[in-house]
Design a protein. Structure first.
Length: 403
C-alpha cells in the first residue's frame, strides 16, 4: 500500500521529469534547427556577397574595357552630365580640344556645353546634331557634334569638319588620278587593237610589236588594280598580317634569286651582302617579300645597264629592329622628289622613259611597313650618285617559340 502511495506520489515527479526531458529535447531540437537555419542563412548571405562581388568585379572590368575601347577610338568622344561636368573625354577629344587650345582648364566651350547639358536632361535616347565653329587664341575649329542622351549623360562624338573636308578632297584627288592612270593604258590598248583590226596594212614585225605593247600595258593595268586594292585594304584596316619569325637574310636571298633573270637581261648585277648578325624579324613573310621585290625591281628598272643593286641588312638593338638597305648605282633622286616619292601615283617625270611603272609600288611598301608592321621606310640619295632605299621592321620577340 505504502509502495503504491509512493508510486503514485512519484507519478507527478516522473511526469515532470519526462516532460522536462521532452521539453529539453524539443528546445535543443529547436535550437539546432535555429542554428542550422542561421548557418544556412549565413551561407546564402556569403554566396550572395560572393556573387555580388563577382558581378561588381565583372561590371568594373566591363567598364574598364569600355573606357579602354573609347580611349582607342580615333573619333573624339566626350560624356557630360546635366551639371556640365565632363564625365569622360577620350584621347582623341583631348588632342582635338586641348591641343587645338580650345579647351580652357576643364570647362567645355559654351557652344558645346549648352548642347550637351540640354541633351543630358532630355529623355533617354534623344539624339541631337549641330555644327559649331569654335575660336580661341587665334585657333578656329569647325566641328559637327553628334550626341545622344543616355543614363542622365550626353555622350557626344565630335567630328573635325576641316579634317572630313580634307579627306573628301584627298579622296576626290585620288579618284581623279586613279581614273587618269587607269585610262592611259586602256587608251593605248584600244588604239593598238584598232590598228591591228586593219591587219593587212601592218607588217609582221610591227604586229608583233603592237601585241607585245598591248600585253605589257594590260599587265601594268592588272598590277595597278592589284596594288590599289592592296593599298585600300591596308588603309581601311581590313588587311591583317600573319606575324611570324622571318629570316630577312634568307628572304632577301630568295627575292634576289627570283629576280636574277630580269637583272641579267638588263646587265645588272645583284648582290646580297653577308650578314654578320641574325636578321630575324617579326612580320608577315609574304608581305615583306613583296616589299623586297618592289625595291629590288625599282633598282633594276631605274639603274642603267652595267650597274649594281646591293642588299644589306643590320640590326638596331636600341630600336629593337632589323634594317634592310637596297642600294643601287642608278640616277638617284632629285631633291624636290624625295618628299613625294611615297605618294600614290607619284613618278619622277624624267624617269618615265627609263621604265614602265604604276607609281604605286613605294606607296604600297610604305603602307605594309609602317601601317602593318609599325616599322619605318625611307630613302637616302644624292642626284647622280645612286639611291639607298631602306626599311626597318621589329626584331623577333625574345622568348618566342619557333614556328
Ligand atoms: P613605279 O611603278 O613607277 O616604279 P614606285 O612607287 O615604285 O612606282 O616608284 C615611284 C617613282 O619613284 C618611280 O616612278 C621613279 O620615278 C622613282 N623611283 C623609285 N625607285 C627608284 C630608284 N631606285 N631610282 C630612281 N628612281 C626611283
Amino acid at each position: 500500500m505504502s509502495m503504491s502511495i509512493a508510486a503514485i506520489a512519484c507519478v507527478p515527479m516522473f511526469s515532470v521529469g519526462v516532460f522536462g526531458l521532452i521539453f529539453n529535447m524539443r528546445r535543443s531540437a529547436v535550437q539546432r534547427a535555429m542554428r542550422e537555419e542561421l548557418a544556412s542563412q549565413r551561407e546564402i548571405e556569403a554566396r550572395n556577397r560572393a556573387s555580388l562581388e563577382r558581378s561588381k568585379r565583372a561590371t568594373e572590368v566591363a567598364a574598364d574595357q569600355f573606357r579602354a575601347m573609347l580611349e582607342q577610338l580615333p573619333q573624339a568622344v566626350i560624356a557630360v552630365d546635366q551639371s556640365k561636368e565632363i564625365v569622360l573625354m577620350n584621347a582623341a577629344a583631348q588632342s582635338m580640344l586641348h591641343e587645338g587650345r580650345l579647351l580652357r582648364s576643364s570647362a567645355l566651350p559654351s557652344e558645346i556645353a549648352a548642347l550637351l547639358t540640354a541633351t543630358a536632361a532630355a529623355s533617354e535616347g534623344t539624339r541631337r546634331s549641330r555644327e559649331v565653329t569654335l575660336s580661341m587664341h587665334e585657333a578656329t575649329l569647325a566641328l559637327r557634334v553628334e550626341c545622344v542622351a543616355s543614363g542622365g549623360l550626353a555622350i557626344a562624338v565630335l567630328f573635325d569638319l576641316a579634317g572630313e573636308r580634307d579627306a573628301e578632297r584627298r579622296m576626290g584627288e585620288f579618284v581623279a588620278k586613279a581614273s587618269h592612270e587607269l585610262r592611259t593604258p586602256l587608251a593605248s590598248i584600244r588604239a593598238y587593237a584598232e590598228m591591228l583590226e586593219d591587219a593587212d596594212m601592218i607588217a609582221e614585225s610591227e604586229r608583233r610589236q603592237l601585241c607585245a605593247t598591248m600585253l605589257s600595258e594590260s599587265d601594268r593595268l592588272a598590277r595597278m588594280v592589284d596594288q590599289m586594292l592592296s593599298i585600300s585594304r591596308i588603309e581601311s584596316g581590313i588587311a591583317r598580317i600573319s606575324a611570324a619569325r622571318v629570316d630577312l637574310f634568307a628572304l632577301a636571298t630568295e627575292a634576289v634569286d627570283a629576280m636574277r633573270g630580269e637583272a641579267s637581261t638588263k646587265d645588272i648585277t645583284l648582290i646580297v651582302q653577308p650578314c654578320a648578325v641574325s636578321a630575324t624579324a617579326e612580320g608577315d613573310r609574304d608581305m615583306l617579300q613583296q616589299v623586297l621585290v618592289n625595291l629590288i625591281s625599282n633598282g633594276i628598272k631605274y639603274t642603267p645597264a652595267g650597274g649594281t643593286v646591293t642588299l644589306s641588312m643590320d640590326t638596331d638593338h636600341l630600336a629593337r629592329s632589323v634594317v634592310v638597305h637596297v642600294t643601287d648605282t642608278g640616277p638617284g633622286i632629285p631633291l624636290e622628289a624625295k618628299g613625294r616619292l611615297f605618294e600614290k601615283f607619284y613618278r619622277i617625270e624624267n624617269y618615265r622613259r627609263l621604265a614602265k611603272g604604276t607609281g604605286l609600288g613605294l606607296n604600297l611598301c610604305r603602307s605594309v611597313i609602317e601601317q602593318l608592321h609599325g616599322g619605318q621606310i625611307g630613302v637616302e640619295s644624292t642626284l647622280g650618285m645612286g639611291s639607298r632605299f631602306w626599311f626597318s621592321v621589329p626584331m623577333e620577340r625574345v622568348g618566342r617559340v619557333a614556328a
